[in-house]
Design a binder for this molecule. Structure first.
Ligand SMILES: Cc1ncc(COP(=O)(O)O)c(C=O)c1O
Length: 430
C-alpha cells in the first residue's frame, strides 16, 4: 500500500470523498459511471426502472457472469460484482504486505464507518449492528446467548433453516428448553392465518418466537411484524432469520418490530463470502451473552459479538463496496426488478397442466425466489435435466412436505436466460 493509497483509505473514513466512497476508492472510473446511472435512476420512479433494460444490462456487465452455465441458484449464495471482487483482492494484497500493520492498524479503521453504513442501510442505530460472518453465526449467538431455563417455551417451525433448528435442539437437550413446533402447510396465502398459528402456539411459558423472514425452501415471505406485535403484547421476544431478506426486499429492520435479526451479506447484498450482520435492539443487548469470550460478555456494547479472533479484514472491508453497488441499484428498484424476473418465467409456464408451484401466488408474499415442480418427476430429476441438457444450475429441494426445484435469479439475470428456463420446463412438462 503506497503512502498515498493509505491516506486515501483513511480520508475515505473521515467522509471526504463522494456519495459512493468505497467504489470511488476502488475504481474511480467505474464509480463515475455508477453515479450517473444512479442519478438517472433516481430521477424516475422505481416501477418504470424495473423495465429499463439498458440499466439492468449495465448491472449485468458489472458482474463476471459465467459464460458456461446459467446460474439460477442465487439463493444459496450470490456472486459479487467485479468491483467488489477487485476491492476485496486489493485489500487482501495490502494485508499481505504486513498483516499486523495493514489489517490491524489501517483496515481496522474502517470498521466503525462500515458499521455506520450498514446501520444506515438497515435503518437502525449503529450501536445495534455487529459485523460478523453469516446468519448462522448471528442467529446462533442469540439462540445460545439468551437466558432461558428448563420449561421455558420457544415457538419455531419445521420449515425453518436446519442450522437454527439444530441450535434450538441443542438448547432443548442441554437446558431443557421446550420446543413448540409449527408445521406450516406451505405455500400459505394469508398473512393473518400464518400469524395466528404462531400466536395460538404461545402459552404463558413462551419466552421466544423465531420466525424465518423468508422461507428459503419456497420463497414465502412471512408477516414478521404481525407476529411480533401480537406476541410482544404477551412479553415474548422475537428472533427474525433474515438470511434471505436483507438487500432483497425493500424494508428497514425496525419495520419488522423484532428484537433480534441476522443476515448473510454474501446472499442478497453480493458482499464477499463469509460476511454477515447481527442486529439486536439496543435495550436487548445486555440480555444476550457473547457467544465467544469477551471481557464484558453480558455488557451493553454490541461489539462484544465481534470477538471472533483473527480473520480476514479484507473481506469485511469490501462489504463497503457492495453497499455502494447496492445503493446504485436502490432497494425499491431491486425488489421490483427481482419480482419482475420471477414473474417473467413463472407466467410463461404457470398454466401448463403438469407444472405446480410451492411459492405463494399472492404478489407481496414472494419476490425473487420460486419453487417449481413437474408432476411425475422428482425434484432431483428436474434439476438434473435442467443442468445436463440446458446448463441451467438450480437446486432440488426435498424438505418436510416441500418437493420442487428452487429457482432464484439475481439482478444480473437476463430475460433471455429466463426464457430459456421457461422453454426447458415447457419441454420437460409435456
Ligand atoms: C433461511 C436461512 N437461514 C439461515 C441460513 C444460513 O446462512 P449462512 O450459511 O450464510 O449462515 C440460510 C442459508 O441459506 C437460510 O436460507
Amino acid at each position: 500500500m503506497t503512502p498515498s493509497s493509505r491516506r486515501k483509505f483513511i480520508r475515505l473514513f473521515s467522509g471526504g470523498l463522494s456519495v459512493l466512497p468505497f467504489l470511488e476508492l476502488s475504481n474511480p472510473l467505474y464509480a463515475g459511471e455508477a453515479r450517473e446511472r444512479m442519478l438517472h435512476a433516481n430521477s424516475l420512479d422505481a416501477s418504470s426502472m424495473a423495465d429499463d433494460e439498458d440499466f439492468w444490462g449495465w448491472v449485468r456487465e458489472s458482474y463476471t457472469v459465467s459464460p458456461n452455465i446459467i446460474n439460477l441458484n442465487n439463493g444459496g449464495v450470490a456472486p459479487q460484482p467485479k468491483v467488489v471482487q477487485d476491492t476485496h483482492i486489493r485489500y487482501y494484497q495490502y494485508s499481505n504486505e504486513a498483516p499486523s500493520y495493514y489489517m490491524w492498524q489501517i483496515l481496522d479503521q474502517g470498521r466503525e464507518p462500515l458499521r455506520e453504513r450498514l446501520a444506515s442501510l438497515a435503518g437502525c442505530d449503529k450501536e445495534e449492528i455487529a459485523i460478523n460472518r453469516n446468519s448462522t453465526e448471528g442467529l446462533n449467538t442469540v439462540i445460545f446467548g439468551l437466558n432461558l431455563k428448563a420449561g421455558d417455551e420457544v415457538v419455531l417451525t419445521r420449515q425453518d433453516y436446519p442450522n437454527m433448528i439444530n441450535a434450538w435442539k441443542q438448547r432443548e437437550k442441554r437446558d431443557g428448553v421446550k420446543l413448540v413446533w409449527l408445521d406450516l402447510p406451505l405455500p400459505m396465502e394469508s398473512d393473518d392465518e400464518i400469524a395466528s398459528r404462531y400466536i395460538n402456539a404461545c402459552t404463558s411459558r413462551t419466552k421466544v418466537v423465531m420466525v424465518t423472514h423468508l422461507i428459503n425452501w419456497t420463497g414465502q415471505i412471512m408477516p414478521v411484524r404481525k407476529i411480533a406485535d401480537a406476541v410482544h403484547a404477551k412479553g415474548i421476544q422475537v428472533i427474525a432469520d433474515g438470511a434471505h431478506t436483507f438487500a432483497h426486499l425493500d424494508f428497514k429492520i425496525p419495520d419488522l418490530g423484532c428484537d433480534y435479526f441476522a443476515s448473510s451479506l454474501h446472499k442478497w447484498l453480493s458482499a464477499p463470502f463469509g460476511s454477515g450482520l447481527l442486529y439486536i435492539k439496543k435495550d436487548r443487548i445486555r440480555d444476550v451473552w457473547a457467544l465467544l469470550s469477551n471481557n464484558e460478555p453480558d455488557g451493553p456494547d454490541i461489539r462484544k459479538f465481534e470477538s471472533l479472533g483473527t480473520r480476514s479484514f479484507a473481506s469485511e472491508m469490501a462489504i463497503g463496496a457492495a453497499i455502494d453497488f447496492h445503493e446504485v441499484i436502490g432497494s425499491a428498484r431491486k425488489e421490483m426488478r427481482l419480482r419482475k424476473l420471477k414473474n417473467h418465467w413463472v407466467d410463461q409456464v404457470k398454466d401448463l397442466p403438469r407444472i405446480g408451484f410451492n411459492q405463494p401466488r399472492t404478489p407481496h408474499m414472494s419476490c425473487a425466489i420460486a419453487n417449481v415442480s413437474i408432476e411425475g418427476k422428482k425434484p432431483e430429476e428436474v434439476a438434473g435435466e435442467l443442468f445436463t441438457r440446458y446448463k441451467i444450475h438450480s437446486v432440488a429441494i426435498n424438505w418436510e412436505a416441500i418437493h420442487g426445484v428452487r429457482i432464484t435469479p439475481n439482478v444480473y439475470t437476463s430475460l433471455k436466460e429466463l426464457d430459456k428456463l421457461a422453454g426447458a420446463l415447457r419441454k420437460m412438462a409435456v
